[in-house]
Design a protein around this ligand. Sequence first.
Ligand code: NAD
Ligand code: TDX
Length: 331
Amino acid sequence: MRLLVTGGAGFIGANFVHMCVRDHPQDEITVLDSLSYAGSRESLAPVADAITLVQGDVADAGVVDELVAGSDAVVHFAAETHVDNALANPKPFLHSNVIGTYTVLEAVRHHDVRLHHISTDEVYGDLPLDTDDRFTESTPYNPSSPYSSTKAASDLLVRAWVRSFGVRATISNCSNNYGPYQHVEKFIPRQITNILTGRTPKLYGAGANVRDWIHVEDHNTAARAILERGEPGRTYLIGASNERTNLAVLQSILAAMGREPTDFEHVTDRAGHDLRYAIDPSAIRDELGWRPAHADFPAALSATIDWYRDNEAWWAPLKDAVEDEYRKRGQ
Ligand code: NAD
Ligand code: TDX
């Protein structure tokens, strides 16, 4: 398969490319990535000889059209992804997430190329803390933040291009990912690298908010299964049934790194902070036979901590600038 991976130099995209090179060596992979602050050539260094990396903007119709014309399928990861950045400056989110997805859709329409669009459970808004409700494929869209509203817009564009133009596209909405190569602005790597650099871990508000954590390799095996066996026009929810409060995740990190459970500080809460996300993954499990392989969260979290310990050269150049920004915001 000639595969175009947008955003393939970011966290999930780079892990997806690593998986494809390892498990599907017959693939011909091209990555299109702007190499923004969140993307890095180093994340693709282990597979550099096996792929083609094109530096470019997913909203640039000329570049996208040419690359799509030479592909059998597109997996579209490229996006601005950090909720706190969207609260500080929403405009890049409209460009990459909305115009970028529109640009990909026009190219796959003109060349009749299969598309898998990667999205988030945040498009559904949040759930109360005190219920067992979970998101399903039919939960109404109700995004809360500038980030999730642009991802919701991108999903709706995909649905419209399927219905109006017969584009062969699938969508997946996944819960919170963790694992190697995640930017240190995100919750789990921020706390690990705070401890590794002698800083205090930072918890927003009381830490009662709940996220449904999935290992990035499990997200990617699901995305690959949808690409190969999913039904065009369908939306699939991806999750590993692993709900935890932010306080509990932080205390797992502290314990795994030999710190006291109270060795952190509470900082200013996120504006409009979504309370709880939870995915019902029964459709992808029953229809595509997908199962998460990393079911032991403490073990996979320990392996992630080890990765950050062993790969300081990858993240250390990013760390001070990220923490300077957080400090300005009181976080
Ligand atoms: P990331 O921020 O680590 O990577 C995003 C990549 O997209 C970066 O390499 C960046 O350079 C690239 N990019 C951004 N704008 C671009 C543009 N205009 N043109 C070309 N490239 C551009 O994000 P991630 O966590 O790997 O997320 C990847 C996708 O998965 C996103 O679509 C995100 O919404 C979705 N998602 C993420 C999570 C999560 O927990 N991280 C969960 C569900 C869905
Ligand atoms: O320092 C922190 N302290 C803290 O308490 C940070 C960075 C975050 N938090 C909280 C906010 C959230 O409740 O931790 C939780 C997770 O935060 P993020 O890592 O920023 O993730 P979230 O906002 O849940 O969004 C993530 O999952 C869905 C990704 O960043 C999105 O791209 C994805 O769509």
